[in-house]
Design a protein around this ligand. Sequence first.
Ligand code: 6PG
Length: 262
Amino acid sequence: MQPLKGTHNPRIFPDTDALNRHAARHIQALAAEAIARRDEFHIALAGGSTPERLYRLLASAAYRSTIDWRKVHVWFGDERCVPPDHPDSNYRMAREALLAHAPISGERIHRMAGELDPALAVARYADTIETHLPRAHNDAPIFDLILLGLGPDGHTASLFPQTEAPSVTDRPVAAAYVPKFNTWRITLTLPVLDNARHLMFLVAGAGKASIIDVIFNSAGGHERLPVEMITAVGEVTWWLDASAAAEINKDSPPRITNPGNS
Ligand code: 6PG
């Protein structure tokens, strides 16, 4: 188990373009490895705004042909409880940025049904996971890769502080009422994040510098954040731009990853 605190060596890039280029290459490599070993690649997409440009890059001519999309299953780490064509829908963002442009067949795109009653959407998604994903020894499903963002309050996926969802450990999907937004969300639960073969955190912008500071520099003493509750069995990598990483090496400028390697 790799407590998140022990995550070392964040990949820090001068800007989001460089971050997205290297993250895309990493995703390509993980897809190729999974497909070579198991003839399929199960990736759960992150929502929010940060990953949109990465998804557009993956759908671009320069990258699209480097992934065998016929073998890819696309999942979602979380979803807002809105219809799939709603401006807030993570599915809508992913469809417009990637899914409508890559040769992925519809039955391999597993959307969380944000338009349904949250409990029903949770049950349906859990059934779909049951159908398609291998199980770990603790019965948690195993995704090859889960992309994750990070909120300024330390939430990831839709595991928000002071809500029920981070404490759900007996099932793979949960509904979460988020008071600060007065909305319901659907989210993968911590055991699923813990059992992924790879977790990639994509964090960009100065607005994330203080939460990155807390996660990477604090010696504790604060209420454990949902993102800090992850005890991953697989590889955890952090992909940051220099703005988000500004506080990581306070006594020296953030280490900028050599653009030549990912
Ligand atoms: C969502 C996401 C959420 C997101 C963070 C960061 O549905 O909003 O899953 O966890 O990744 O809130 O969002 P930004 O990328 O917009 O900063």
